[in-house]
Design a protein around this ligand. Structure first.
Ligand SMILES: Nc1ncnc2c1ncn2[C@@H]1O[C@H](COP(=O)(O)OP(=O)(O)OP(=O)(O)O)[C@@H](O)[C@H]1O
Ligand SMILES: [Mg+2]
Length: 243
């Protein structure tokens, strides 16, 4: 699914990623844990194609394509999805029309007709209800004035509507209440399949108790310094990174 090799990335002339290697097979769930400021979101932004992140060296293959040569919209259409740590507000664009638009752009890319309005509403109601998102939230502008947790739920809803091949969740659990954490995890677990992979960036063991990762990586100072299974997350939870 994804093969990152010797990736070095800088932001405003500061090197943040310093030789990242990571391979993710189809159907695998990889958790990335690491201290604040170590560069975890930098990985997410780089993979999504944020132009503020400069690739110094290395390469990334996504489904055997050269990911770094694709523009951000092509990466999305090819099946990469990033749930942002800090979702952005889009004043002036209603959430319902935004969600319908992204669904239709993806359908068009796959050669499908636009979704029927009543069919879309039915799907939107069902998926929103699973995430405990009130339906009238969709008549508001995208993320504008949404609470922290509502923004995170809206990211998960977009993931659920787009059926991506590779999902990157950047601290989606931060800011969610206990019920929302469980509902979000259930939505992710329902999407787990042998041909969909996940990178889950988190600080907390709690999320990984709901979404069992296949691999856990410790990311520090721009690279992965340790990899293991779920037990590594337990160790970090009790011992921290400093030891
Ligand atoms: N525009 C910028 N100019 C200078 N430094 C930046 C800029 N953007 C990010 N950085 C720095 O890059 C480093 C990595 O940031 P990043 O957001 O990837 O960390 P993180 O591991 O996601 O942290 P957290 O756990 O707090 O979310 C930080 O030290 C940050 O201050
Ligand atoms: Mg971050």
């Amino acid at each position: 699914m994804l093969n990152i090799s010797k990736l070095e990335v800088s932001v405003e002339d500061n090197k943040i990623l310093k030789g990242l290697d990571l391979s993710i097979g189809s159907g695998e769930v990889h958790a990335i844990m690491g201290p604040n400021g170590s560069g975890k979101s930098t990985i997410a932004h780089t993979l999504a194609g944020n132009p503020n992140y400069t690739i110094e060296s290395g390469n990334v293959l996504f489904k055997e394509k050269d990911l770094l040569s694709l523009d951000p919209s092509e990466r999305s259409l090819e099946g990469l999805f990033l749930a942002f740590q800090y979702p952005i507000e889009l004043p002036g664009v209603s959430n319902a029309s935004y969600l319908k638009q992204i669904v239709n752009v993806h359908r068009k890319y796959k050669g499908k007709d636009p979704i029927d309005a009543s069919e879309f509403l039915k799907i939107l109601k069902e998926k929103s209800s699973n995430l405990n998102i009130p339906i009238d939230m969709h008549s508001r502008f995208v993320n504008t004035g949404f609470s922290g947790g509502e923004k995170k739920k809206n990211e998960v809803l977009q993931m659920d509507l787009l059926n991506p091949d590779l999902v990157i969740m950047d601290e989606t659990d931060s800011g969610l209440d206990v019920d929302a954490l469980r509902q979000t995890s259930e939505a992710v677990n329902q999407l787990r399949s042998s041909n969909r992979s996940f990178i889950i960036i988190t600080h907390y063991l709690r999320l990984l108790e709901y979404i069992e990762p296949d691999y856990v990586h410790v990311f520090q100072d721009g690279k992965i310094i340790q990899s293991g299974g779920k037990e590594l997350a337990n160790k970090i939870d009790t011992e921290g990174y400093a030891t």
